[in-house]
Each structure stands twice: as C-alpha cells, then as structure tokens.
Design a protein. Structure first.
Length: 268
C-alpha cells in the first residue's frame, strides 16, 4: 500500500497543542504525543496528519477510567477534527486531578538538573539511593498531597524519561531514552572513554521510528480481533519504549468512514 505521491513527514515529539483539540484541562498530562505522520497529496490520506500517542492510565486499567472510547485496555480511539485528535470522553481515574502539578514538578526538577541528566553515567551511579534522579522522585511525591507513592513514582519516571529523550533528540537528532551506559563491554571490546563519547549520539533517527509504514502490522502477540464492521486502514506502529518508560508496541489504524484513529497496544 506504499502509494505516496509526496514524502511523508515524520515529526518526533510534537507539541500537545499541535496534536489535540482538548476540552479537558487534564488531557495534556495523560496523552503524550510521540510522533506525527504528516501526509501530503496522498491518494488515500490526502493531507491528513496522524499521531502516535502514549497513554497514562495509572497502570491499573478499569473501563470507567476512559469511558466509551477506551472500552478495552488494548485499544483506544480518537476522533479527527481539523487534522487534530479529539477525545470526547471524561478522564476519570484516581489522581487524575493531581497530574498537572505532578507534571510541572517533574519538569521543574528535570530542567533544574539538565546538566546532570545529559552527562553520561553508569547504571550504578544513576540508580544510587542519593542520585539526583531518585531525589526527584521523592521531591515530587512529597510535594503532592494525597497521591499514591507508587503512582507518583511511576509518573515521575515516565515524564522525566520523555523530557530527557526529547531534549536529546533536539540536541543530537537521535531518539534514545536510555539514561545510562552499559559497563558490560568496557575493557573487552571498547574503553570507557569511547562509550562515553558515543553516549548521546546513539539511538534512532526519526526515519527509523515507524515500523511497517503503510504495510501490514507485525503483531508482537496474537493479531488483535478487529470487528468486521470496522474497515480499518493500517498506518504503522512505533515502540513506546523509544520515548518513555512504556513497553508497548503501538499500532495505528484509520477508520476512514468515521474519520477516527484507532491505537492498539501490545506489550513486550
């Protein structure tokens, strides 16, 4: 199905305001835009844009959290309006009202310690109890009133890793969310200095992000059961772990008749 007439523009880390028509003040802190696919003069998609979106759902899925547009943990859909996504349902999971503050506290800590995050370091140094990363975890939790500590920690990790991967992409044109370098091969095949010198330059280019673009999905698990009444067109898939601490492959489809985007999730 690779029948494009003009190149497809791939835009990593699009701004939320360029991705969503939002009606809920909390949506920005639940839906993280990963990549935009912008078509131009395409025979099927014309000039439409589609977005791969990472979703925060506390890690404890219930149907009522997202209502009708996410009836199943493995699938969510968005309406397309004026070339942006629109999510018409209320987000109703625990602590959702605290996410804006949690996001801003996490971003504040990240920006104040940007030099630390961009400096190459081993896993041992990064994961020590007194590391700046773990101090940030405690800072966010202690600054919020009433949030669960596990939820706070997991959200902090997710947003920090997303901001970090975005910052590295802006600086080095590579998508790589890894905070640390591996010491496994130091002294065997390479030196520590060589590992450090390459640390911020390794990763994927933006053109390597989309898997099976306009082809057929390569499911990690069993193929998803898509209702026959839906005539979905496969767009492509991305690995969430290229951007944040998630581990899902995100498969994007378009329902042309209803102009809705469907995302299916399969975890590694």
């Amino acid at each position: 199905m690779n029948n494009t007439q003009e190149p497809i523009e791939i835009i990593p880390f699009p701004e939320f305001e360029n991705t969503f028509n939002s009606i809920n003040s909390n949506e920005k802190f639940v839906f993280l835009p990963l990549v935009t696919l912008q078509f131009k003069k395409h025979s099927e998609f014309e000039n439409k844009s589609f977005y791969f979106v990472s979703i925060w759902d506390t890690g404890d899925y219930e149907e009522s959290f997202f209502n009708e547009f996410r009836k199943n943990i493995r699938c969510i859909k968005f309406k397309l309006e004026n070339n942006k996504y629109f999510y018409p349902e209320k987000l109703n999971f625990p602590f959702v009202s605290l996410l804006p503050e949690a996001y801003h506290l996490t971003k504040q800590h990240f920006q104040q310690n940007l030099d630390y995050f961009l400096e190459p370091k081993s896993y041992h140094e990064f994961s020590s109890e007194k590391s700046i990363f773990n101090q940030g975890r405690e800072f966010v939790f202690n600054s919020l009133n009433g949030i669960d500590k596990f939820e706070s920690s997991y959200y902090y990790e997710r947003i920090t890793q997303y901001l970090y991967a975005k910052e590295k992409y802006n600086l080095f044109d590579k998508i790589n969310p890894e905070f640390t370098y591996s010491e496994t091969f130091i002294g065997i095949t390479t030196t520590e200095e060589e590992v450090i010198s390459r640390f911020n330059e390794e990763g994927k280019s933006k053109n390597e992000l989309i898997n099976n673009l306009l082809d057929t999905p390569e499911w990690l698990q069993s193929p998803e059961e898509i209702p026959e009444k839906l005539n979905l067109i496969f767009i492509g898939s991305v690995y969430e772990g290229d951007f944040t601490n998630g581990s899902a492959e995100i498969y994007l489809f378009w329902d042309k008749e209803n102009d809705e985007a469907y995302q299916f999730f399969q975890w590694t």
